[in-house]
Design a protein around this ligand. Sequence first.
Ligand code: HEC
Length: 169
Amino acid sequence: MSAASDADFKAEANKRSAARPVADARTLVRLAAAPWSVAILAILCTVVSAEGSARPSLESAALAAGKERFERNCGICHGLDASGGGAFAEILKVEPPDLTVLSKRNNGSFPFTEVYNAIDGRNAPLAHGRAGMPIWGDRYKQSIEGGDETLVRGRILELILYLEFLQSY
Ligand code: HEC
């Protein structure tokens, strides 16, 4: 390899590592620390491979899917950055909570089960559905052909992965 192409190669490699989402390392560290991560990744593995999507890495693919879905389904009430005050918030009786402080409000640990149930809504206390938070478990089930529960869970888990990533701790 000539000196010039060696330099080109290094420049390309640097460019690629710079282009990689900074999120990756942080997410991996947090994931490794979270006891539920193994279960989530196992389920996401099934879902992601079932959908056959290309994946640079499982975590970043799932995180990106969660971010996209959050912006599409949740931002209108919770704000695009999840900190509350979305466009719809004003007309709701109950203010959509800031979703970046879920861990902070729970002594620094992410309240996985509560968040799962709040999003799914089907097992949550009636108040959740009535207070303005849609029952996503039902919505996703209806929007997925055949109503496959594994895919419903996959969508919710991707959202949770993204929410966990957004925590300010
Ligand atoms: C139509 C407005 C609206 C939309 C859209 C919406 N939410 Fe909510 N959400 C609310 C409201 C209002 C509450 C508070 C409900 C309550 O206190 O009973 C809430 C509560 C929550 C909670 C519980 C937070 C806590 O403090 O325990 C979570 C988690 C949550 N939403 C996640 C989501 C996610 C994820 C999405 C998108 C898939 C979403 N929400 C979409 C209005 C909305």
